[in-house]
Design a binder for this molecule. Sequence first.
Ligand code: PLP
Length: 455
Amino acid sequence: MNHMNKSTEYWQGLDRAHHLHPFTDAKSLNEKGVRVMTKADGVYLWDSEGNRVLDGMAGLWCVNLGYGRKELVDAAQRQMLELPFYNTFFQTSNIPATELAGLLAEVAPAGMKHAFFANSGSEAVDTAIRMVRRYWQAEGLPERNVIISRNNAYHGSSVAGACLGGMGAMHEQSGLMMPGFEHIMQPYWYQDGGDLSPEEFGLVAARALEERILAVGPEKVAAFIGEPIQGAGGVIVPPDSYWPEIQRICNQYGILLIADEVICGFGRTGNWFGSQTFGFTPDLMTMAKGMSSGYMPISAVMVGERVANTLIEKSGEFYHGYTYSGHPVAAAVAIENIRILKEERIIERVAEDTGPYFQEKLQIFAEHPLVGEVVGRGLVAGMVLVKDKKTRELYENGSDVGTMCRNHCFSNGLIMRACGDRMVLSPPLIISRAEIDEMLDKAKYCLDLAAKDLG
Ligand code: PLP
């Protein structure tokens, strides 16, 4: 398998001939040819042309421990030799799945003691949808089945996840929207806040939930779901007033609160979970990505007492699960990942050292002519590209401007993602201060190039 001897053109040709990529315009990709990544170490990746790139996105917001962690590889290998697979259906378990459930109960907020396993964030979200509906059925209120989400939210790519999320482009391609999902405004102050202070606007955006609950009828609403910080939406950090008000409204109407922690979970914001950073207590949490630092596909729904008690005591058999729910190899890697996060105090480092350092240094972009707001928490940040800083006017072709910046980054050794007109960074949590300096210097250089292009 001496694949490294083959040329980039060989891999590009094979890819063009046979590989359909996620979230990619195949035609335009075919014109350029795919960039082939071949190896990685720490925060760096190398492509098939030998170029070194700093991965400012931790893969897809997931490689939190960075690349090349041998302990994770060893954990997988040990488990593959011991028991490569056994399922967790029909009254069986395996030791890693059980141990991981116990560990998650330790690191999750108080009261969240049960885990349901799946393989991806999308599957965790689907599980949460089915679980809250099953909860209300078992409580004798099956008409409570509407789930409220937000515009520009991302909750995965399954049929239900695409409908539940608030991505307009995904809705357009979904054909018929599934019933039972509602969307309210997002807490995006820079775009929609007008003359309100961020804190005033946070309350307005949260109260849109109450208005929608009343419009739908509280007796029909099952749950509200939100990412503590919207990730794929462009790292939209809500004002501090937002989440406590959402919590108050959910409590008042007795509806379940789901935190989609697929990006924020496992240290990204400087706490184990984003809900802790924003001071709210969800009934369910979906998690994936950082759970295994992306070394193995694994996800979970953490379930609080209210829902767990009903599922255990009143539901009977819950007809839901995946062949690989609680896969022993993926679970063994997740256990090792959590051990390293704890032993190396990585989340504390994000909270006390690298997170504040990153957020402070990012402020150099506040002065940049192309950049409006610069926001973030811990080791995640987003900045909006603006036409006019004073009036907060956005570009009409904002995603083209984003793509232009992203392409400059790509050609200059940095992976920085463009989410429409927002540029985002979410590096591995093990990034050092010197690597943060390098990442931000490169980002600045590339935004300068884009500003020049735009004249
Ligand atoms: N939920 C959130 C908040 C996400 O950011 C993502 C992926 O980026 C998902 C769900 C879907 O996860 P996956 O791509 O693993 O299915």
